[in-house]
Design a protein around this ligand. Structure first.
Ligand code: PLP
Length: 385
């Protein structure tokens, strides 16, 4: 184990909490612990902090604050949108989504299918792209909702959400997008996108885990997933997680301020990608068509298991991932890469490296130094050093 500071290149899994976010949260974990729904001023001042955070998160996506529902995570946002569309339109029992969604969506849809709902899982091509025409054709009279992620968490492939939203609107079908990976990486504008529902997660945005939000467009029929008190305009029961929501608000503000830093992150990513491809034979990038997430790189190494690469990277103090669900002992190839038609060998030899504003040239240099040696070692090649 290296005694150097860790080199964190797994920012699509979670991100470091920004010190400014911790600072904003602290008063709400110490002195300001009132219930935001209480009638006395000790509670009301906490309610005002909640309102301010809602305004900041709304500003991040150009929504009206009343369209923001705070949730416990991105997963809850996705579940709420799909659940709501099915409950408010009981006659419609068909769902359209893609084969490359996050498990927060795909596992839910699979479960709904078992309960008798009908599911269309749209395929992607070898570049990870959707056939929008096929999406158009898959919409039926009984389609309750179309749910398509904005950007893929494993490959960084970006889908044409504006175009898809327009198709859904023209066909009178509700549209949800899981935009968890785009916040802080692109300018987000729900008015321009035209989505009915959009979910975000705070921990992908330098705020803590355990808080997220669902945008529900004004006037869209809505049914709660969690029923209880009148919080969140009676759309999500449960006393609000005020300190975390305040942190989310601060993170939203910081994300907008640091959009100008994205080109720097992208050039770090590009230097890392090009360096790895140049120094490691039989390596290729997965999902490279622009536009794509500026911080994400997914690379396949033939004759090499991601499991081994990640283990040796870990020993060198570098955090990366394979983007696939790790079950004890066996590493199944990623459903995203499999949907793109990668062979089992290449899918099992793919790793994801994802950067954030906290990464520097030194991190890229470290990966460029360590990874070629690791791959050679695992391939059983003689290592000359
Ligand atoms: C991380 C992630 C989620 C889940 O968010 P949680 O807050 O961890 O539930 C959903 N969708 C995508 C694309 C993600 O990357």
């Amino acid at each position: 184990m290296s005694d150097k500071a860790i080199c964190y290149l797994d920012n699509n899994a979670t991100t470091r909490v920004a010190p400014e976010v911790v600072e904003a949260m602290l008063p709400y974990l110490t002195e300001q612990w009132g219930n935001p729904s209480s009638a006395y001023s000790f509670g009301k001042q906490v309610g005002r902090a909640l309102d301010a955070a809602r305004e900041k998160v709304a500003a991040l996506i150009n929504a009206d604050p009343r369209e923001i529902i705070f949730t416990s995570c991105g997963t809850e946002g996705n579940n709420t949108a799909i659940h709501s569309a099915l409950v408010t339109q009981p006659g419609k029992r068909h769902i359209v989504t893609t084969a490359v969604e996050h498990s927060a969506n795909i596992k839910l849809c699979a479960q709904l299918e078992k309960r008798g709902y009908e599911l269309t899982l749209l395929p992607v091509d070898s570049l990870g792209e959707l056939d929008v025409h096929l999406l158009h054709e898959s919409i039926r009279k009984d389609t309750a909702i179309v749910s398509v992620m904005y950007a893929n968490n494993e490959t960084g492939v970006v889908f044409p959400i504006e175009e898809i939203a327009a198709i859904c609107r023209a066909r009178g079908v509700l549209f949800h997008t899981d935009a968890v990976q785009t916040a802080g990486k692109f300018k987000l504008d729900v008015r321009q996108l035209g989505a009915d529902f959009l979910s975000l997660s705070a921990h992908k945005l330098h705020a803590p885990k355990g808080v997220g939000m669902l945008f529900a467009r004004r006037g869209v029929p809505f049914s709660s997933l969690i029923t209880g008190g009148g919080q969140e305009q009676a759309r999500r029961g449960g006393t609000e997680n005020v300190p975390y929501i305040v942190g989310f608000g601060r993170a939203a503000e910081l994300a907008m301020e640091s959009l100008g830093d994205v080109p720097r992150i992208k050039s770090l990513r590009d230097r890392m990608e090009q360096g790895l491809l140049a120094s490691i034979p039989n390596s290729r990038r997965n999902g490279i068509k622009e536009p794509r997430l500026p911080n994400t790189s997914n690379i396949a190494f033939s004759d090499c298991e991601a499991e081994g690469i990640l283990l040796l990277l870990d020993r060198a103090g570098i955090c990366a991932s394979s983007g696939s669900a790790c079950t004890t002992g066996s590493l199944e190839p990623s459903h995203v890469l499999t949907a793109m038609g990668l062979s089992r060998d290449l899918a099992k030899g793919s790793i994801r490296l994802s950067l954030s504003k906290y990464n520097s040239d030194a991190d890229v240099d470290r990966v460029l130094r360590e990874l070629p040696v690791i791959v050679s070692k695992l391939r059983g090649e003689p290592v000359s050093m």
